[in-house]
Ligand binder design. Structure first.
Ligand code: ADP
Length: 750
C-alpha cells in the first residue's frame, strides 16, 4: 500500500482547484498517508527544493472559497524534455513519493502519463548514478498516477464536467445578463467572446442559458455565406421587436476555410451590414477567477476523495487514470484514453468532421446545440396552425429557474406551430380563463429572470372547481398541460387526472417538470432551483466565515429543505462546514453530547470558527434555537455561539447557469414528449427529470410511488453517499492535530 502521496496543480488555473487540493490532502491524511504539495506545477516538480513541501491539515484551511490555486501553477517547457522529467522523477524518489495526483487539463495529464510510462527507465538510470536510492527504486516499481480534470474549457473526455467549468459559465451568464440590460436600454447589439480554444461548451451553454441571439463555436461548420444568415436573423429579430441582440463567439471559432475567426471581424460585419452600433466585449481571464461555485466545490470534493480512495483501496492496480464524473457518478478512465479521445475531437474539428466531433462531445452537448439552433431563430419555424393550445403553469413555492423552464418549453411548442398560454398562479388561470399569451421574442429574455413571471400558487382550493376547469379546457381548445413545480403540484396534477371519469375534458396529456429548491422530487437527481439555492447558501456561509476574527465562534446556519436534507448536506460539503444536521438522520441526545465535546476540543486545539448546518426540519424539538442555547450554555464563555436562519434569501436571485441549463434540457424534453402524446391522441401523465445524466420520464403514478409520503422526499437519495465526506474533510476536526504529517524532506544530494 502507498504511504506517501504528492498533489499538484498545472496548466491553466481554474476555480475549484483549491477545493480539489484540499480534498486530496485531507482525505489522504485521513487515510493515514503522508502528503506533499508541489508548488508551481511541473516547474516545481523538476526544480524540487522548497517547491515540494509537506502539507498538513491546517495548510489547506481557508482555501476552499478562494479562486485560483494556492499551490500555484506554471508552464514548463523543460518538463517536456526527457532530462526534465528525469529530474522530476529524482525529486519524487528522494522524498519517497509513490503516488502523484495532478489537477489540470489535457497538457498536464499528458505530462502525468509520460511520467508514469517512463518511470521504470528513469528510476533505473537514476539508481545507477545514485545507488543509495536503489531501495526506494525497488519499493516503487511503478508511480501511481491520478489525474483530476481541471480546465474551464470542458474539453476533456472521461468527464461530463471539469473543475472550474461551472464557475466560468456563471461568470459568462452574469456578464451576458448585464450586457443584455444595457443593450436593451440602447437597442444595441453586442458581440461577446468567451474562452474555449478547442471546445465551444462555454459559448454554447452561455447562449442557451441567456437566450442570446446567435452563436459561433468550433464544433459548427459554417457555410461560405454564414454571415449573411447571421445578419438576416438578427435584422429580422430586431424588426419583430427584439430590443437587444447578443452574438456569442468562442475564441476557437473558425471560418469555413479553417482559419480562426476574430470577434472583431464579427463586430465589423454586423456594423456594416446592419448599419447599427455594435459593441465588442472580450471576457478573457475574468472567466477563470473568483470563488468557485457550489457545483465546482462539490465536484472537487467528490473527485479528490475518489482519487485518494482508489489509490489506497486498490493497491494491486497500477493507476494511471483520471477520475471524472459521468452521469452523476464518479468514474475513472485510463489517461491514455482520456488524452486520445480529447485529441480525436480536436482532429475531427480540424478536418471538418463536425458531426462526429459533436457526437463525441456527448448527449448533453448535442441536445443543447439542437435547442440553440431552434431557439436563436428570429421566429418560430412553423406558423400557429389552429392546432389548439398548450397551457403551461408554475406551481408550489417559487423557485429560481421556473421562468427558464417555462421559456424553453413554450418556445419549443411555438416552434412546432402550437400556441401557448401561461396559466396565472398555477391552476387559478385555468379555472378563471386568466392566461398570459406567451410570445416567441419576449420569451428569450425570460431565461435569467428570478421566480416565475406567471405566478405560482398553492392551489388546492382552486382545484376544487373542476367544472370550471373542464369548461375552459373546451373553450380555449387546450390540448395539453405542462406543470412546472414541486411536490404539491405533482399531487394536484395527479388528482386532476384522477377526475377524468367525471370530466372527460381532462383526457389530455400532461407533463411535469421538477422545480423546487428542496430537491425532493421523484424521477430527478436534481430539481430546477436547487443549484441556485445552494449557491445562495454557500455565498452566505463564505461571508460568515469572513467574520472569523479575534473571537472564537460557533455558528449554526439553518437552511430550507423541509424534510429533505439536500441543501444542508451539499452546502456543508461545499462551504466546508463541520457538520450537517439532517432530517434523514435526525438528531439524538447522544449525538449532541458528542458534538459538544468535539466542539470544545476543536476550540481548545486552536480553531477559531466552527460552522454547523442545520436543515429546518432536522428535528422537531432540537431546533436551531435550542442548539444555540445548548452550545452557549456549554461554552462556559470560552466561545460565542450564533445562529443564522437564512430564510427566503435562499430562493431569490437570478438562476445559476446550471439551473437554466437543467431547466432547458428537462423542459425541452417534456415539451417534445407532450407534442408526441398530443399527436398520438394519448392522455398519459408523465413526470420528467434528469436521471443519471440524461433526461428521462416515467408515469406520474410510478414517480409518486418513489416518494416516502410521510416525509415528502424520495425513498432513495443519491447525495446521502456524500455525507461521510463532510466530516472527513471538515476543518475543525480535533483529531486533525494528531494526524501523521510528514517529516521534513531529506536534503537533495546532487
Ligand atoms: P493544460 O494542462 O491546462 O492543458 P498546458 O497544455 O499548458 O495546460 O500544459 C501544462 C504543462 O503540462 C506544460 O507546461 C508542460 O509542462 C506539461 N505538458 C504539456 N504537454 C506536454 C507534453 N506533450 N509532454 C510533457 N509535458 C507536457
Amino acid at each position: 500500500m502507498i504511504k506517501t502521496l504528492a498533489v499538484m496543480t498545472s496548466g491553466g488555473d481554474s476555480s475549484g482547484m483549491n477545493a480539489a487540493v484540499r480534498a486530496v490532502v485531507r482525505r489522504a491524511l485521513d487515510r493515514g498517508l503522508r502528503v506533499y504539495g508541489i508548488y508551481s506545477g511541473y516547474d516545481g516538480l523538476l526544480r524540487g527544493g522548497d517547491l515540494i513541501k509537506p502539507l498538513n491539515w491546517q495548510d489547506v484551511g481557508n482555501v476552499l472559497q478562494r479562486g485560483g490555486t494556492f499551490l500555484g501553477t506554471a508552464r514548463s517547457e523543460q518538463f517536456k524534455t526527457v532530462e526534465g522529467r528525469r529530474r522530476a522523477v529524482e525529486n519524487l524518489l528522494d522524498r519517497g513519493i509513490e503516488a502523484l495526483v495532478v489537477i489540470g487539463g489535457d497538457g498536464s495529464l499528458t505530462g502525468a502519463l509520460l511520467l508514469s510510462n517512463e518511470w521504470h527507465e528513469h528510476v533505473e538510470k537514476i539508481a545507477t548514478v545514485r545507488p543509495e536510492l536503489r531501495p526506494m527504486v525497488e519499493q516503487t516499481p511503478k508511480l501511481q498516477v491520478m489525474g483530476l480534470p481541471g480546465s474551464i474549457d470542458n474539453d476533456l473526455s472521461g468527464t461530463d464536467m471539469a473543475i472550474g467549468v461551472d464557475t466560468a459559465l456563471n461568470h459568462i451568464v452574469r456578464a451576458i445578463d448585464h450586457l443584455s440590460s444595457t443593450a436593451a436600454s440602447h437597442q444595441r447589439t453586442f458581440v461577446l467572446e468567451t474562452m474555449g480554444r478547442n471546445c465551444g461548451y462555454l459559448a454554447l451553454a452561455g447562449t442557451l442559458a441567456t437566450g442570446a441571439s446567435w452563436m459561433l463555436i468550433p464544433e459548427c461548420s459554417l457555410e461560405l455565406h454564414w454571415h449573411q444568415r447571421m445578419v438576416e436573423c438578427l435584422d429580422k429579430a430586431r424588426k419583430t421587436g427584439r430590443r437587444h441582440q447578443m452574438v456569442v463567439i468562442a475564441e476557437g471559432a473558425r471560418h469555413p476555410d479553417g482559419l480562426r475567426m476574430e470577434a472583431g471581424e464579427v463586430r465589423k460585419i454586423l456594423t456594416e451590414k446592419l448599419g447599427i452600433e455594435v459593441r465588442l466585449t472580450v471576457l478573457g481571464h475574468v472567466q477563470r477567477g473568483g470563488p468557485p461555485s457550489a457545483f465546482d466545490r462539490v465536484l472537487s470534493a467528490r473527485l479528490g476523495v475518489a482519487a485518494v480512495d482508489r489509490l489506497v483501496d486498490e493497491p494491486d492496480v497500477v493507476h494511471c487514470h483520471m477520475v471524472g464524473v459521468k452521469k452523476n457518478r464518479v468514474v475513472s478512465t485510463p489517461l491514455t484514453e482520456v488524452i486520445e479521445k480529447s485529441r480525436e475531437i480536436q482532429r475531427l474539428i480540424e478536418s471538418g468532421d463536425f458531426s462526429k466531433a459533436r457526437e463525441l462531445r456527448g448527449e448533453a452537448f448535442g441536445t443543447m446545440l439542437e435547442l440553440v439552433e431552434a431557439l436563436t431563430a428570429p421566429c418560430p419555424s412553423q406558423e400557429s396552425a389552429g392546432r389548439g393550445s398548450v397551457v403551461i403553469m408554475t406551481g408550489g413555492a417559487d423557485s429560481p429557474g421556473m421562468n427558464a423552464a417555462l421559456s424553453i418549453a413554450a418556445r419549443r411548442l411555438l416552434d412546432c406551430g402550437v400556441s401557448v398560454l401561461g396559466s396565472k398562479d398555477e391552476f387559478y388561470g385555468l379555472t378563471h380563463g386568466d392566461f398570459v399569451n406567451l410570445e416567441w421574442n419576449d420569451l428569450a429574455g425570460w431565461m435569467g429572470r428570478p421566480s416565475s413571471d406567471i405566478g405560482t400558487a398553492r392551489s388546492s382550493q382552486v382545484l376544487e372547481d373542476f367544472g370550471k376547469i373542464a369548461e375552459n379546457i373546451a373553450k380555449f381548445d387546450i390540448k395539453g398541460i405542462i406543470a412546472i413545480g414541486g411536490l404539491d403540484t405533482y399531487r394536484h396534477v395527479q388528482r386532476f387526472a384522477q377526475m377524468r371519469a367525471d370530466f372527460p375534458e381532462f383526457n389530455i396529456p400532461m407533463v411535469l417538470v421538477p422545480a423546487c429548491i428542496d430537491n425532493n422530487l421523484p424521477g430527478s437527481d436534481l430539481c430546477i432551483g436547487s443549484d441556485t439555492a445552494l449557491n445562495n447558501i454557500v455565498e452566505a456561509v463564505d461571508k460568515i466565515r469572513d467574520t472569523a476574527g479575534a473571537t472564537r465562534r460557533a455558528f449554526i446556519v439553518e437552511t430550507m429543505g423541509k424534510e429533505c436534507g439536500f441543501l444542508a448536506a451539499m452546502a456543508a460539503l461545499a462551504a466546508g462546514a463541520d457538520k450537517a444536521y439532517l432530517p434523514e438522520t435526525g438528531i439524538s441526545l447522544a449525538e449532541l453530547n458528542k458534538d459538544v465535546s468535539e466542539l470544545k476540543k476543536s476550540f481548545e486545539s486552536g480553531n477559531r470558527m466552527v460552522i454547523y448546518m442545520r436543515n429546518e426540519d432536522a428535528s422537531r424539538h432540537y431546533t436551531t434555537d435550542f442548539l444555540r442555547r445548548l452550545l452557549e450554555e456549554e461554552s462556559k464563555d470560552e466561545f460565542e455561539v450564533r445562529s443564522v436562519v437564512l430564510g427566503h434569501v435562499q430562493r431569490g436571485g437570478s438562476p445559476t447557469a446550471f439551473d437554466r441549463i437543467l431547466a432547458g434540457r428537462i423542459s425541452a424534453g417534456a415539451a417534445g414528449a407532450l407534442l408526441e402524446l398530443m399527436k398520438n391522441g394519448s392522455s398519459e401523465v408523465l413526470a420528467f427529470g434528469l436521471k443519471d445524466g440524461a433526461v428521462a420520464s416515467s408515469p406520474l403514478s410510478e414517480a409518486l410511488d418513489q416518494i416516502d409520503a410521510l416525509h415528502g422526499r424520495p425513498k432513495v437519495q443519491w447525495f446521502m453517499d456524500l455525507i461521510p465526506f463532510i466530516h472527513s474533510l471538515a476543518k475543525s476536526r480535533p483529531c486533525c492535530r494528531e494526524m501523521p504529517g510528514v517529516e521534513e524532506p531529506r536534503p537533495i544530494a546532487r
